[in-house]
Design a protein around this ligand. Structure first.
Ligand SMILES: O=C(O)C[C@@](O)(CF)CCOP(=O)(O)OP(=O)(O)O
Length: 326
């Protein structure tokens, strides 16, 4: 038995930042993303009943014990649901150049969840598939759907109500999401560690939780009204508040580097010239800049001209997980 699935990466507009349950990947706050039309993972899962060990191939290379163990832990969730013993060969191709400033865990676990359940004949609804993908990496639960997506934090301790729901299909509102790759000078604090340390030690974290509820409402209203200026203001403000929490952590840390500031200042300069552009930043120095499609070439050119910008990748809203012929 085997199946193939493809999932796109997504970028958070209202951030997932902090867990209320580390084992089940349950978030402290609801959050909101756009699934993109490029940077995806395609995963084929072959099921074997004559073998005990899982094999994990990434971009054609067999991965070592540590990475394979992570995949096996994820597949154990499915094995518990089927109640059967089987091993899998997971063959993932990442079309997510890390150099493009995207983490591949979101598209990776969304594609794996879809391909593995399909291969074992486990028919899950989209919300159930989102609950499963979430247990590989939180943000992966959002890549099940296309376009604008909300991850409802849920209230249940078992997390069955903590999953993504679609807000607006990608064809309903076209925006440009420019992934701006800047020079990276130092190793970043991975988002999992960063959010854990922040929740546990930052006095600013309670302020974040208060503010993000309101930001979610403002962002959803702006999306329903297709009000790009209002959406841009709230997503930029939300990213700033998320990063402000890390400055109060113990020990404090900051994801931004000097090149990050160059891009932020350029985006604010563009707005002074009347061009609507807004930035958001995740757990690293790279920046995502949102603008309206008619401005994308101009904005991309101006950002590329910054001496500390290495490249700019233009994306648009993309679709959710799809199954491919194996
Ligand atoms: O994407 C967002 O909402 C915001 C962030 O990118 C900000 F850095 C966090 C993504 O965290 P993720 O990699 O999903 O963590 P995991 O659940 O520990 O695997």
């Amino acid at each position: 038995m085997k199946a193939t699935a493809k999932a796109n990466t997504n970028i958070a507009l209202i951030k997932y930042w902090g867990k209320r349950d580390e084992q089940l990947f349950l978030p402290m706050n609801s959050n909101l993303s756009i699934t993109l039309d490029r940077f995806s993972t395609t995963t084929t899962v072959h099921i074997h009943t004559d073998r005990k060990e899982d094999i994990f191939l990434l971009n054609g290379q067999e991965e070592g014990e540590e990475e394979t163990r992570k995949i096996s832990r994820f597949l154990d969730i499915i094995r518990m649901q089927t109640g059967e013993q089987w091993a899998a060969t997971v063959d993932s191709i990442n079309h997510v150049p890390t150099a493009a400033g995207f983490a591949s865990s979101a598209s990776g676990y969304a594609a794996l969840a879809a391909a593995a359940t399909k291969a074992v004949g486990l028919e899950l609804s989209d919300p159930q598939l989102s609950v499963l993908a979430r247990q590989g990496s939180g943000s992966a639960c959002r890549s099940i759907y296309g376009g604008f997506v909300e991850w409802k934090k849920g209230e249940r301790k078992d997390g069955l109500d903590s999953h993504a729901v679609p807000i607006l299909a990608q064809k309903e509102w076209d925006l440009s999401i420019l992934s701006v790759l800047v020079e990276s000078k130092r190793k970043k604090v991975l988002s999992r560690e960063g959010m854990k340390r922040t929740v546990e030690t930052s006095p600013f974290y309670t302020g974040w939780l208060e503010a993000v509820k309101k930001d979610m409402q403002l962002a959803k209203d702006a999306i329903f009204r297709r009000d790009f200026e209002k959406l841009g203001m709230v997503l930029e403000s939300n990213a700033m508040k998320m990063h402000a929490t890390t400055l109060g952590a113990n020990p404090p840390f900051m994801y931004w580097q000097s090149a990050t500031f160059d891009v932020m200042e350029q985006v604010q300069e563009l707005r002074m010239q009347g061009i609507l552009a807004y930035f958001t930043i995740d757990a690293g120095p790279n920046v995502k800049v949102l603008c309206e499609p008619h401005n994308e070439e101009k904005v991309s050119k101006i950002l590329k001209a910054l001496p500390t910008v290495q490249d700019v990748f233009i994306c648009h809203p993309g679709n959710g997980v799809t199954y491919l012929p194996t």
